[in-house]
Each structure stands twice: as C-alpha cells, then as structure tokens.
Design a binder for this molecule. Structure first.
Ligand SMILES: [Zn+2]
Length: 258
C-alpha cells in the first residue's frame, strides 16, 4: 500500500507533461489568514496572508506551466474556498502533487524563518500551534477529520511527501535562504487537514512571518516572491529526478529477476 503512490507517481513522472500539480494559495475571500497592521501609515495598511500566498502561488503556477507541467490553482483570485472544496479540486483535477502556500504569524516578536510541512504525526507543541491556525475555516470553526482517515492518508503518502518536502526545503534553503540570509526552521510532520483531505502527496509551505516587519516587507516584494517561487519549482523538479532514479532502479531489478 505504501508503495502504491510512489509507483503511481514514478509512472506519471516519466512524462512530465502528464504530471499534474495543484497549487493551493492558503485562505482567501472572507478568510484573510494571518494579518498585520503596519503602523505609522495613514490610512493604516493591513497586510494579509491570503494576498501574499496568492501572489507567490501564481508565480509558482506560471513557472511550472512554462516548464510544461499540467498545473492548477485552487483559487486564482481573492475568493473563499473551504478546505473540503480544495480537496474536491484535487480530486477533480486528478492532481499528483499538492502544494499549499501559507504565511506564518507569531505573537513572539522577532519570529523568523521558513518551514516546510508534510502530513505526519508528531508531539511538538509548536507545530500544534501552526496546525491550529491552518486547520480553521473562514468562520472560525476547525475542520474535523476522522483520525482513521488521517492515519490511512499518512500511510499512503508519507513515503512520497517527505522526500518532496526535503527537496523543496533544501532548494529554498540553498537559494533564497542564502541569498536573503533567512533562517531555516526545518522540515516537519504536521496534521494539516487540507493535506489529509486531498489524499495525495503534498507539502504545506510557511514562507515567513507576517508578524515580523523585515520578513513582511520582504514577502511583499515581487522580486523575493519570484525567487521563492523559482526555488519551489526547482525543488519539485529535483524531487521528480530522484523519483526517476527510483524508477530506473526498479526496472533494473525487474530485468535482473527476469
Ligand atoms: Zn495559513
């Protein structure tokens, strides 16, 4: 069962044009996500997670489209999309990979860095705090998913989602991380319902902290957004190259046996 997704992906990845990637800009419409009021401006400027997430997602979308992949967005404008609706889009588009883009926030002053999540179990309180924010719908109610479903989806996707998270995270760390001097908070397993409901290999990216001025200003900069999007695309491509290697190894094993 665990290898089903991996094999499936390997077969689809052998022809990049047949591979479908779904980009999921977090929040939208009446759900702002995290937000921060910039002081000292008249009228006060409110920076919202939903807007930065959409801008970065659109850049990832364009770059992947230009590279020949079949790409979709769960929303291409500022509109409300529930977590189950996002999962329904994953089903409808027959997405092979699911990339959810979010912006972090913290009451702690000076919180910095980017982090990459995949669907998995954990005991870390800090991760639980991020999950609590991302699992809430626009009306403030938390989505409840049966633990049995979550366990099943983890079992089916973790062997693909974890290396995907590693590839993307490493690429961000080595390119935008270095270029802008941004702290890496690491790759973490988390119980994100949008990943569980979509039932396919995927990651949830937290680009940086909207609550920290330096990171907020940087994330609003189109040049940074472009650099970040480019590193996500390179991460996806290096992950797919790794999958191709697995495919070749599987073929060689088969030949030897035959
Ligand atoms: Zn979010």
């Amino acid at each position: 069962m665990k290898y089903f997704f991996l094999l499936f992906l390997v077969l689809r990845a052998s022809n990049s044009s047949a591979l479908t990637i779904l980009i999921d800009p977090g929040h939208g419409g009446e759900d702002d996500g995290a937000k921060q009021v910039t002081v000292g401006r008249v009228p006060p400027e409110v920076v919202k997670e939903k807007d930065i997430a959409l801008a970065i997602s659109q850049k990832i979308y364009e770059k992947l489209s230009n590279a020949g992949y079949s790409v979709f967005l769960t929303r291409s404008m500022d509109r409300t999309v529930s977590l189950p609706e996002r999962a329904a889009i994953a089903e409808k588009t027959k997405a092979d990979l699911f990339i959810s883009v979010h912006i972090n926030s913290s009451p702690a002053s000076g919180a910095v860095g980017f982090e990459t999540y995949y669907l998995g179990n954990h005991d870390d309180w800090a991760i639980k705090k991020v999950e609590k924010t991302e699992n809430v719908q626009s009306h403030g109610d938390e989505v409840v998913v049966q633990q049995i479903l979550v366990d099943l989806v983890i079992d089916q996707t973790v062997n693909t989602s974890k290396p995907l998270a590693q590839s993307i995270h490493n690429e961000i760390k080595n390119s935008v991380g270095r270029k802008y001097g941004i702290h890496s908070r690491g790759i973490k397993p988390g119980l994100f319902f949008v990943l569980a409901l979509s039932k396919r290999p995927g990651v949830l990216l937290e680009v940086g902290f909207i609550s920290t001025q330096k990171e907020r200003v940087r994330m609003m900069n189109p040049k940074f957004q472009d650099d970040y999007a480019a590193s996500v695309v390179r991460g996806i491509e290096s992950f797919l190259k790794g999958q191709k290697k697995v495919q070749t190894q599987l073929r060689t094993k088969k030949k030897r046996r035959g």
